[in-house]
Every structure is written in structure tokens, then in C-alpha cells.
Design a protein around this ligand. Structure first.
Ligand code: G3P
Ligand code: CA
Length: 225
């Protein structure tokens, strides 16, 4: 059962920062999950929200600020907002990276960056997993490069997500964990899909989900798995 650190190790360090991803690596995760948006000048920025208001000391929409401007704002008074390239360099194949596309416009750039790390640096495609609630973005990933592993995110409709997973030949389904039962987990796995529920933090929930034999658990607290 894979241990996947949500936004790094969000329970221990500020989410989606290099220190959070390093903490997840220290906790020996199999994978990290992170969120991406595009800056105004087209860099891939690792941040959950479409604005920087909640997590930094600045204000504004990520896609209206340049990378240089974004780098002037701090998370928890200490940490810069990272780019996806900075995270790739930090992780350096020590675990896989689950990139959640938060905006359709980042799709082509994320695919290109993955292709660069595969062709120029010899990374394997299994070091990446691209997921999104925006299924159009996932369809675009599959169209651009069918070797990139895809995970279909769903918060509400497991059956629809399953049908779409088959349609784009995704590798995994990422359901809100309350959608899962032991029975439907087995049924999904019998279709050859991996099941990566999110975001499971309470020990009681972790214990329960473990009995379903899911393929991996996405959690803010990798040390609780
Ligand atoms: O990838 C699973 C989970 O991260 C989806 O929800 O809001 O935390 O990005 P959210
Ligand atoms: Ca996410």
C-alpha cells in the first residue's frame, strides 16, 4: 500500500513548499501529491489555490503575476512558492510525483516538462502521475502523450469516473475516500485500476481504509500510514 504525501507533508510543514516535500521524503513516502497553476509568464507554479491570498503574505491571482513577482511573496514568512521544476530537482526520482492540474491551461506545459525529464534526464514515466478534477485536461494529457500515467479525480461520482478512466485508459482512480467501500474497491481493482483515495488523516479512517486494500493512501500525515 503506497504512502503518498498530500501537498508534501501538509500536516507537518506548510503545504506545497520545498520544506514540505523534503519532510515527506524524510518520512519515506512512495509519492508526493502537489497542485499546479500557471504564472502570468507561463511558469508552472506549485500552489493549491488560484490566488496567493491564503498561503502567502501577498494577494492576487497566480495567473496575473509573473514568476519574479510570485517569488517576492512568502509562505509562513519563510518559504518561497516553488516551481514544478524546483520540486522535480528536489525529489530527483526518490519518489513518484502526483501532479494535480488545477487549471486546464497548465496541461501542455506539464506534459512538456515531464517529457523533458524523461528524454534529457532519463527519468522513467512511472516517476509521474498526473491527476485532475478537470477531465478535459486529462483527456488532453492522454492525447499529447499516452505514456504519462493518469489518475482520475472524483469527489462525487465513482461510476462516471470509472467510465472516464476506461475511456482515456487512465492508470488509477482517485476518489474522495468516503465514496469507497471494501466491495467497490475490489470491483475497481478487478478492472485493472489502482485506487488512491484522498485525503485520509484520522487514524481511525486510515485503519478502515487499509482493510479495503487500496493501492495507496493520500494523506497530510505520511507518518500515520
Ligand atoms: O489529489 C487529491 C486531493 O489533493 C484533491 O483535493 O483540494 O486537496 O487538491 P485538494
Ligand atoms: Ca491536490
Amino acid at each position: 500500500m503506497l504512502k503518498i504525501g498530500h501537498r508534501g507533508a501538509k500536516g507537518n510543514e506548510p503545504e506545497n513548499t520545498l520544506v514540505s516535500f523534503q519532510k515527506a521524503l524524510d518520512l519515506q513516502v512512495d509519492g508526493i501529491e502537489l497542485d499546479v497553476h500557471l504564472s502570468a509568464d507561463g511558469d508552472i507554479i506549485v500552489i493549491h489555490d488560484e490566488t496567493i491570498d491564503r498561503t502567502t503574505n501577498g494577494k492576487g491571482f497566480v495567473n496575473t503575476l509573473s514568476l519574479r513577482e510570485l517569488k517576492t511573496f512568502l509562505i509562513d514568512e519563510n518559504y518561497e512558492i516553488p516551481t514544478l521544476t524546483e520540486v522535480f530537482e528536489l525529489v530527483n526520482q526518490k519518489c513518484f510525483i502526483n501532479i494535480e492540474l488545477k487549471s486546464y491551461d497548465s496541461t501542455d506545459k506539464v506534459v512538456s516538462l515531464i517529457e523533458k525529464y524523461v528524454s534529457k534526464k532519463g527519468w522513467k514515466y512511472d516517476r509521474f502521475l498526473v491527476s485532475s478534477f478537470d477531465w478535459n485536461a486529462l483527456q488532453q494529457v492522454a492525447f499529447l502523450n499516452d505514456k504519462i500515467p493518469i489518475g482520475v479525480l472524483t469527489e462525487t461520482d465513482l461510476d462516471l469516473a470509472l467510465a472516464f478512466t476506461k475511456f482515456i485508459q487512465a492508470k488509477s482512480i482517485h476518489p474522495y475516500f468516503h465514496l469507497l467501500t471494501k466491495e467497490n474497491t475490489v470491483q475497481i481493482q478487478e478492472k485493472g485500476l489502482q485506487v488512491f483515495p484522498w485525503t485520509i488523516n484520522e487514524l481511525e479512517d486510515i485503519q478502515k481504509i487499509k482493510t479495503y486494500n487500496v493501492n495507496g493512501i493520500i494523506t497530510d500525515f505520511p507518518d500515520r500510514i
